[in-house]
Ligand binder design. Structure first.
Ligand SMILES: *[C@@H]1O[C@H](CO)[C@@H](O)[C@H](O)[C@H]1NC(C)=O
Ligand SMILES: *[C@@H]1O[C@H](CO)[C@@H](O)[C@H](O)[C@H]1NC(C)=O
Ligand SMILES: *[C@@H]1O[C@H](CO)[C@@H](O)[C@H](O)[C@H]1NC(C)=O
Ligand SMILES: *[C@@H]1O[C@H](CO)[C@@H](O)[C@H](O)[C@H]1NC(C)=O
Ligand SMILES: *[C@@H]1O[C@H](CO)[C@@H](O)[C@H](O)[C@H]1NC(C)=O
Ligand SMILES: *[C@@H]1O[C@H](CO)[C@@H](O)[C@H](O)[C@H]1NC(C)=O
Ligand SMILES: *[C@@H]1O[C@H](CO)[C@@H](O)[C@H](O)[C@H]1NC(C)=O
Length: 528
């Protein structure tokens, strides 16, 4: 029997289409790998590629490992894919490149087939490209993921990869020179890659003719409490209130300690878990499912809605208007603990979805779910890919998913989750190397120096969803239009008219502004 420890917890910034980005879940992922390896039943849990994309065979482009100092003298091969489905030979482009961001580029192939790259190349007669990010997928420049080996995984080096690629790539089977700056390149990215798209336009304005940053998290921050606050405000009111009330009870029971606290942990199947922040972290997991919402079931999941329904469901009729905490709604758990039925529902859901069956019999709950044991993080082989984005978080991006520090701010996650508890993995998982030491806090200054909320450039389009939990980290932190979650525009149908109206509309707007940019290019061209 495979102990699928925390299988669903590999949460990505970019949603279900990609599986490597962990928010603060590095430790949960590390535990999954460690336990499954120890029990001999480790299973790759990357999403299985159900469709083959034979039309787009993988390609390789040579890059220096260190663009700036050639420190090791090494090079590596960067993987990419391209589509000439709509290419008009001799027309001089454009090239639409989609940045793979913090996941395997393979997961982005649908965007070359029916998503945003297909949509924009069809409209413009261009070549479409998916470019895998260094260290992700098969673009592996190193032999292991120690602190030293990871030192070339940073924003500056990976931006330089993209620039070098644009200026030098020669597409197999295409005779004309399509490199930048002689050809207009439009750089698209969603989420972290969206920030990269905006950064590329700012850093390499001569190479990147236009850029589209979808849910681009250009504003790096240490304590990203607004992530959960966005969900709190956007979720159905009964669900949000149920969570807020439950968290208040949980924090107060855990804060007092004693038998009631032990009984509460046991109610969630987490008896004996030592640290309150670890408890808070496990019970936060269903809320992250919000980000996996999408406008169709192929690109997203209903897990958040299912969770909400389970949370608020009354066990019996006849509670009338009784509010949370009303004695009529309370369930006797043990002699020491009575809880509202909503909290009982929450516990059952967490137990069933994240705890039960995930911890092999001869391990303790602390072995399986605790985050304080440094030995959980010592494996540095390439399959420990949770170490990648986590390293970027620890060095440059932050985005620690914490509770608000203001006690008056309503919350849906436990206040035991703090910057200190969320960032301790940076010390535990990345001990100092000979060449590199992870800073005591990520240096978010370097990211924000590129513009942050105020990032702006000609031909830089910024697209965000109103209820995207990452919106507070984007330039649209205070205003956004469509009631979308995370980079909804990246996904598309082959037939745009079959898309929901607001998705079809954004795609039409994107086609219109990209066409306009290319018209400007054509008008400028004779002068160049
Ligand atoms: C639990 O059992 C597995 C497989 O039988 C073994 O590899 C592992 O070391 C055991 N763990 C503990 C904590 O005893
Ligand atoms: C980097 O160093 C290697 C090995 O010393 C050398 O072969 C290569 O030409 C250097 N690259 C550049 C761009 O200088
Ligand atoms: C990691 O790889 C480097 C070479 O790339 C090697 O020198 C080092 O010993 C390796 N470390 C581990 C722990 O595998
Ligand atoms: C957790 O779920 C498992 C599997 O359904 C069940 O056997 C167990 O009793 C549950 N634990 C609690 C505390 O509800
Ligand atoms: C919770 O709210 C949702 C959305 O408003 C509603 O559809 C559902 O019936 C409510 N559930 C309960 C149990 O009140
Ligand atoms: C819960 O316990 C109280 C005493 O603390 C008792 O009066 C009540 O009947 C119990 N409720 C149920 C449903 O067993
Ligand atoms: C953070 O990055 C900025 C910009 O690159 C740099 O000027 C500053 O020295 C760095 N701060 C620390 C503490 O390393």
């Amino acid at each position: 029997m495979l102990p699928q420890l925390l299988l669903a917890l590999s949460l990505t910034l970019t949603g279900v289409a990609s599986a490597s980005f962990q928010l603060a879940h590095g430790y949960q992922e590390a535990k999954l790998r460690k336990l499954n390896a120890e029990t001999g039943s480790y299973e790759q849990h990357q999403p299985v590629q159900t469709r083959q994309y034979e039309e787009f065979p993988e390609q390789w482009f040579e890059q220096p490992l260190d663009h700036f100092n050639n420190e090791t003298g090494d090079t590596f091969l960067q993987r990419y894919w391209f589509s000439t489905r709509h290419y008009t030979p001799g027309a001089g482009g454009p090239v639409i490149v989609l940045d793979g961001g913090e996941t395997s580029g393979e997961g982005r192939l649908p965007f070359l087939d029916t998503g945003i790259v297909e949509i924009l190349t069809r409209a413009t007669g261009g070549v479409g490209v998916i470019l895998e990010h260094r260290y992700y997928g098969e673009t592996q420049p190193v032999q292991n993921l120690t602190t030293d080996s990871l030192r070339f995984l940073n924003n500056e080096q990976s931006a330089a990869d993209s620039a070098h690629f644009m200026a030098n790539v020669k597409f197999d089977g295409i005779d004309e020179d399509l490199t930048a700056p002689g050809t207009p390149w439009i750089y698209y990215g969603g989420s972290y890659a969206g920030a990269r798209a905006a950064h590329m336009r700012v850093l390499y304005p001569d190479l990147v003719y236009g850029a589209i940053a979808s849910s681009g998290v250009t504003h790096a921050i240490l304590e990203d409490w607004e992530y959960m606050n966005t969900i709190r405000k956007a979720a159905p009111a009964n669900c949000s209130e149920g969570l807020q009330n439950s968290i208040q009870t949980i924090d107060s029971v855990l804060g007092e300690g004693g038998q009631a606290a032990e009984d509460l942990k046991a109610l969630f199947g987490l008896q004996g878990l030592q640290h309150n922040d670890d408890f808070g972290s496990i019970i936060r997991n269903p809320i992250f499912e919000w980000q996996s919402k999408c406008w169709n079931s192929d690109c997203g999941s209903d897990a958040f809605n299912n969770f909400c329904e389970a949370l608020v469901e009354a066990p019996l009729d006849g509670f009338g208007d009784a509010a949370y905490g009303d004695p009529r709604r309370s369930v006797n758990v043990t002699d020491s603990l009575k809880v509202d039925y909503v909290l009982q529902n929450y516990a059952s859901y967490v137990n069933e979805s994240y705890v039960a069956g995930r911890c092999p019999g001869n391990y303790t709950i602390e072995d399986c779910f605790g985050s304080y044991d440094a030995s959980a993080y010592t494996a540095t082989s390439l399959d420990q890919d949770w170490r990648l984005w986590q390293f970027q978080v620890c060095t440059q991006w932050g985005f620690f998913n914490v509770a608000p520090t203001d006690p008056d701010q309503p919350r849906i996650i436990s206040s035991f989750i703090t910057l200190e508890t969320e960032s301790k993995i940076c010390d535990l998982a990345y001990p100092p190397g000979d060449y590199f030491t992870v800073p005591s806090q990520p240096n978010i200054t370097a990211v924000n120096a590129l513009g942050g909320y105020d990032i702006t450039a000609d031909r830089l389009a910024i697209i965000d969803g109103e209820v995207d939990p990452w919106r507070p980290d984007t330039p649209h932190s205070l205003d956004a239009k469509a009631r979308a979650v995370h980079h909804y525009d990246e996904y598309g149908y082959a037939d745009l008219t079959q898309e929901p109206p607001e998705i079809q509309q954004i795609h039409e707007e994107m086609i219109a502004f990209v066409t306009e940019w290319l018209n400007e290019w054509n008008m400028m061209k004779p002068a160049m």
